[in-house]
Design a binder for this molecule. Structure first.
Ligand SMILES: Cc1ncc(C[n+]2csc(CCOP(=O)(O)OP(=O)(O)O)c2C)c(N)n1
Ligand SMILES: [Mg+2]
Length: 131
């Protein structure tokens, strides 16, 4: 599994050169945030917005759950997520999606997605960690 620190370091290493070149690298979003906004993939396909979407899947509204653990004696409510099969969801939009569960596989997947120049999704299985 991937720790947030390792993931962010890898993302920064790959995305920073693109930002410095003035190119759109992509976006990083949590599974909870994706549940709010995921249908915008339709706009991305329609308008051919060719970015890499890194979908960080920790099966939780993690920041909310951490707050519940810290401030409410670990009494969790509504902060765990049931998630769909993102590969199937991406396929419904015609978007290739790679699922990464091992930290070592993330950088090759990111390089592959960015260099494709296509709209791509990388689903990154994450550990749930208190920030
Ligand atoms: C529009 C909106 N609604 C609710 C919130 C409150 N909120 C802050 S963090 C968070 C959880 C986000 O979950 P996820 O995207 O999975 O990220 P994680 O914390 O798990 O990394 C929510 C719901 C918000 N910031 N914006
Ligand atoms: Mg989450």
């Amino acid at each position: 599994m991937n720790s947030p620190e390792r993931v962010m370091a890898a993302i920064e290493a790959y995305v920073r050169p693109l930002i410095e070149l003035g190119r759109d690298g992509g976006l990083v979003i949590g599974d909870g945030g994706f549940h709010f906004t995921g249908m915008e993939l339709s706009v991305a396909v329609q308008e051919q917005i060719l970015v890499t979407v890194i979908l960080c899947n920790n099966q939780a509204f993690g920041a909310i759950r951490s707050g519940q653990d810290r401030n409410f004696g670990s009494r969790r409510f509504g902060s765990n997520l049931w998630n769909p099969d993102y590969g199937m969801l991406a396929a419904a939009f015609g978007i290739p999606c790679a699922r990464v569960t091992d930290a070592a596989a993330f950088q090759p997947a990111l390089t592959d997605a960015i260099s494709s120049g296509e709209l791509r999704i990388i689903e990154l299985a994450m550990e749930m960690q208190d920030p």
